[in-house]
Design a binder for this molecule. Structure first.
Ligand SMILES: Cc1cc2nc3c(=O)[nH]c(=O)nc-3n(C[C@H](O)[C@H](O)[C@H](O)COP(=O)(O)OP(=O)(O)OC[C@H]3O[C@@H](n4cnc5c(N)ncnc54)[C@H](O)[C@@H]3O)c2cc1C
Length: 388
């Protein structure tokens, strides 16, 4: 048994770390993302060129489409390092190329020409629309309906909290095609042109993280029957696979990177800040905060690496991914909170990245699966498979 990352991944980690230290952390003094706009072109383009020169381009895209085709463990290692900086938007990191939603790899040959390749080339954007006003944690309860009408489907419903909908050319919309079957073959994934008659961007929701996702209304929208991704009724299982991958990387590896830098900042500040004639680092109350953070971070990192490694081996990691997200999201919340406490008043200011992380990390206990729901699923699966 070897708990070390393979040599090539250790080298990758070091290269990304150096890139982050050299290119991103100094940029934080000038630029901090807020809102939905994404990183301004004047910062993003030069950074993308440098990332490309290092071979870090289209990391999630399989090699057959010109991407790096990296495994999940490698992408987790990269996400961990990149998340140490607050110079990149939290939800849409375009540093390594346009965001290509994995569902698009299930397009047929003709759809790939229309949707996948333009997205890979950065010419078109796609948002993912699953959540609804009455169906967030329980997407199987969605109300958006798609009814067959000759060569088309007619789509009606409302999707809420859709990231990037305002700048998207297409929405990847999940809709009920068979109300009897629902999650078991009755939900279909459609790709819908945002300019279609009957599509309305109803409103934006402004969040404490700065993100402002959208509400989209679909009113008798006609979608070609050929614009189904995968097969009719297959949408739910496609989305779940993608969400599991994102959970491990986005809600596992990313909080690990955030917690690492918060811990480093906490230690450095404690060494330098003197109160009552003694550095904070010499106070046991502060040392315990550091020690607890080190332990929790270590455990969380091992969980992420193990889960990603198993996923790369093709194992079913759904339960492990629940554990990873709960552990990492809650761990990073505690570590960032302690780092703010050790920094005192300065920890609350926008001069430091801590308050930004505090807001972002809080959000991932809710988005893409609330931690209570994941705990419930984990326990259900354990109880169901327990042998008396
Ligand atoms: C910034 C942001 C971006 C988003 N982007 C997208 C996007 O691009 N596309 C998209 O489709 N969605 C998106 N979402 C939606 C997000 O995934 C949902 O908000 C999330 O799944 C929770 O759903 P909900 O808000 O309806 O909460 P609800 O389902 O109403 O749950 C509320 C709370 O109830 C508790 N709870 C719920 N069920 C259970 C249970 N079984 N047991 C115990 N407790 C429970 C949990 O504490 C939960 O937080 C986004 C949301 C935000 C805030």
């Amino acid at each position: 048994m070897d708990f070390n990352l393979p040599t090539e991944l250790r080298m990758l980690k070091r290269t990304v770390r150096e890139f982050v230290d050299r290119e991103l952390i100094p940029l934080e003094r000038e630029y901090r993302p807020e809102g939905e706009e994404g990183m301004p072109e004047k910062y993003l383009r030069p950074l993308q060129e440098k990332a490309k020169a290092l071979g870090f381009w289209l990391l999630d895209v399989p090699q057959e489409y010109g991407g790096a085709g990296l495994g999940l463990l490698a992408r987790c290692v990269i996400a961990e390092e990149v998340s140490r900086s607050v110079a990149l938007p939290f939800r849409s990191i375009e540093l390594f190329g346009p965001e290509v939603r994995p569902v698009l790899f299930h397009c047929d040959a003709e759809q790939k020409e229309r949707f996948l390749y333009p997205v890979i080339r950065g010419e078109k954007r796609v948002c993912f629309a699953q959540t609804e006003p009455d169906a967030g944690s329980d997407p199987a309860g969605m109300r958006t309906r798609a009814v067959r009408d000759g060569d088309h489907f007619i789509l009606n419903g409302t999707k809420r909290f859709i990231t990037g909908a305002g700048s998207a050319d297409y929405a990847q919309v999940m809709a009920v095609t068979d109300p009897e079957k629902r999650a078991h073959g009755g939900i279909t994934c459609f790709i819908v042109d945002m300019k279609s008659p009957g599509v309305t961007l109803e409103r934006q929701w402004h969040t404490m993280m700065g993100d402002a996702p959208w509400e989209i209304v679909f009113n008798n929208v006609r979608v070609l029957a050929t614009d189904v991704i995968g097969k009719v009724g297959e949408g739910f299982s496609l989305a779940q696979k993608w969400i599991t991958d994102g959970r491990i990387r986005g809600h596992g590896a990313r909080p690990v990177g955030i917690a690492q830098r918060a811990l480093d900042m906490m230690i450095e500040y404690a060494q330098n800040r003197v109160t009552f004639g003694v550095p904070l680092a010499e106070r046991q109350a502060v040392q315990f905060m550091i020690a607890d953070s080190i332990m929790e971070l270590h455990a969380a990192r091992l969980m992420v690496y193990e889960c990603a490694w198993r996923s790369d081996l093709g194992e079913d990691v759904r339960d492990l991914s629940y554990m990873v997200k709960i552990t990492c999201a809650e761990m990073a919340g505690r570590v960032v909170d302690r780092a703010i406490q050790v920094h005192g008043g300065v920890g609350l200011t926008k001069d430091l990245p801590l308050e930004w992380w505090y807001r972002q990390v809080r959000s991932i206990r809710i988005t893409e699966g609330a931690t209570e729901v994941l705990r419930w699923r984990l326990a259900q699966n354990a109880i169901r498979t327990h042998k008396k």
